[in-house]
Design a protein around this ligand. Structure first.
Ligand SMILES: [Fe+2]
Ligand SMILES: [Fe+2]
Length: 208
């Protein structure tokens, strides 16, 4: 019975994401890319099949709070001013508010993942500075995949990194990211699953 409920819920989540991001195809596509990566990481972490599906729902919906941002910020081509960035940070709590209490427990988990996906394992994230295992597992998984996806993306103010560059940066850190930001178990799953992620992003040619 629980399995049939889980099978029903993903199309609902995908439809919700499509409507929320109707104007913002980039964020919808980002959620679509995150689903298989986060699902693969969840499988490698050994969680059961239904929870893997739930992580996929959380991944698809994690940035739904961005749909509440004004177009002037959402579609700004350059770097954000400090005040604009503070508004973007609120997509965590607004995503939580959009998803909670919809009547299916998976949406409550997705609400918590939306709230917590920018938290860091060492407590240096936002919005609450939650640390370690107090951060929901789905959010700890999304956090790693989210940074990878951002590094692979080209923006008007930055070039896209290659798969190898992105993986190396996440595992070693630089002035903006550190391995201490991530759950060590999720980071190990990311490192071991990196060839699969490469294939998901770059296809056969990239995997050669
Ligand atoms: Fe986000
Ligand atoms: Fe994201």
């Amino acid at each position: 019975m629980a399995a049939s409920r889980s099978l029903d819920i993903f199309p609902v989540a995908a439809g919700l994401a499509r409507m929320a991001h109707a104007k913002d195809g980039d964020t919808f596509d980002h959620g679509c890319r995150m689903k298989p990566v986060c699902g693969m990481l969840a499988v490698r972490l050994g969680i059961d099949a239904e929870d893997v599906e739930k992580v996929g729902v959380c991944a698809m919906l994690h940035d739904i709070g961005k749909s509440t941002l004004p177009d002037s910020i959402l579609f700004k081509p350059g770097r954000l001013e400090a005040g604009e960035y503070r508004q973007v940070m609120e997509h965590t709590s607004s995503g939580h508010d959009l998803l909670r209490g919809l009547g299916h427990p998976w949406f409550d988990d997705a609400a918590n993942a939306a709230l917590s996906h920018h938290e860091r394992f060492d407590g240096s994230g936002y919005p609450r500075g939650t640390a370690g295992l107090a951060i929901p597992l789905s959010a700890r998984i999304i956090a790693v995949a989210d940074v990878y996806d951002a590094l692979r993306a080209e923006r008007p103010y930055k070039r896209a990194l290659s798969h190898e560059q992105a993986v190396t940066l996440i595992l070693r850190g630089d002035d903006r990211t550190s391995p201490s930001h991530f759950d060590p178990d999720v980071l190990a799953a990311f490192e071991h699953g990196a060839p699969v992620i490469r294939q998901l992003y770059d296809g056969e040619a990239g995997a050669a």
